[in-house]
Design a protein around this ligand. Structure first.
Ligand code: PLP
Ligand code: COI
Length: 339
């Protein structure tokens, strides 16, 4: 039975579904995957996740195709990135196969929540790994809990594929130069909430962060990577403090196939004046085209395109990525697993 949901008007918000999948780490080993119908967890009040932010999460999506099949996008990459986050904050690493199996079960069990093909919506999958064992000194837990839950979602930025504005505010950093910015850990998101809220209250969709060491180079845009296009070249920042986006990595491949050159390098602030198109990219954001960047410290605007719609290359990249994800075009890179 399909759920009675207004699929076309879903935002990006939490919603209960039927099941989640869990796995515990105790005595030096991971246990069996378990299916739960509860949306709460019972953990020790001294769990390291609660006190010292020892937790990491992931975000990926599954799509229902015209053929009715459900396709999940590059979940092996999310599994590996979660392992990398575990290395970064000393958590027990979950094997890739176990991660993938948990994702498969979570999707299968909640199949009725996978939005229909023509809705443009998808199933957002949120794997979470937390230090659940007690410590009061600052050191890693000895017990961990891994959970995968899912929910149907629409666009992250309510405008969807309509261009929005970003804001630069130099007094805020989400991550330190040699800190945890490259890991998908909760602390980075807590650190970004204050300025994120301020940006939204002023009509911007996200903060565009500059590098926190020198404030000379572009880092990333809130919960998404940054790319700019000029002279038939797709340019995206190389930085030690940004999350390696799987969407960006995929767009780089598609851009090359479309005949764009690709440069992954430091992107100086001044170059903002030179781009023809700018986008924020990520699982939740897909591609969110950018029509303007306001530098709050210099009271200066950078404007892009015709202000009404996404640019030519951003549109082509967006369409191509979505076509692969929904199964409208062949998956020549082995990015898709059918559930
Ligand atoms: N940057 C940050 C800080 C993010 O939270 C995300 C979202 O996962 C991304 C970039 C985009 O990464 P991905 O394309 O793997 O979703
Ligand atoms: C994602 O794109 O999956 C994210 O995790 C972004 C955000 C919801 C934190």
């Amino acid at each position: 039975m399909m759920e009675n949901i207004d699929w076309k008007n879903l935002g990006f918000g939490y919603r209960d579904t039927d099941y989640n999948v869990r796995c515990s780490y105790k005595n030096g080993e991971w246990g069996e995957l378990e299916v739960s119908t509860s949306n709460t967890i019972n953990i020790h009040m001294s769990a390291t996740a609660l006190h010292y932010g020892q937790e990491a999460f992931e975000g990926l999506k599954a799509f229902r195709g015209k053929d009715g099949k459900i396709r999940v996008f590059r979940m092996d990459e999310n599994a590996k990135r979660m392992q990398n986050s575990c290395d970064g904050i000393l958590m027990a690493k979950l094997p890739v196969e176990k991660f993938e199996e948990a994702v498969r079960i979570a999707i299968k069990k909640n199949e009725r929540f996978v939005p229909p093909y023509d809705s443009g919506a998808s199933l957002y999958i949120r794997p979470l790994l937390i230090g659940s064992g007690p410590q009061i000194g600052v050191s890693p837990a000895e017990e961990y809990l891994f959970i995968v839950f899912v929910m149907p979602v629409g666009p992250y930025f309510k405008e969807g594929f309509k261009p929005t504005n970003l804001v630069i505010m130099r007094q805020f950093d989400r991550a330190a130069p040699q800190g945890t910015g490259k890991y998908k850990v909760g602390g980075n998101y807590a650190a970004s909430m204050y300025e994120g809220k301020k940006a939204k209250a002023n009509g911007f969709s996200a903060v565009l962060y500059l590098d926190s060491r020198e404030k000379k180079y572009i880092d990333e845009c809130g919960p998404a990577n940054f790319f700019g296009i000029k002279n038939n070249t797709y340019i995206t920042p190389e930085s030690e403090s940004i999350l390696p986006s799987i969407t960006n990595k995929s767009l780089i491949v598609l851009a090359e196939e479309m005949g764009l050159k690709v440069e992954r390098r430091k992107v100086p602030y001044e170059e903002l004046a030179e781009f023809d198109e700018i986008g924020a990219c990520g699982t939740a954001a897909v591609i969110s085209p950018v029509k303007g960047i306001y530098d709050n410290d210099k009271d200066k605007w950078f404007k892009y395109g015709n202000q009404e719609e996404a640019g030519e290359w951003s549109t082509k990249l967006y369409s191509k990525l979505r076509a692969i994800q929904y199964g409208d075009e062949p998956d020549t890179h082995n990015w898709i697993k059918i559930i």
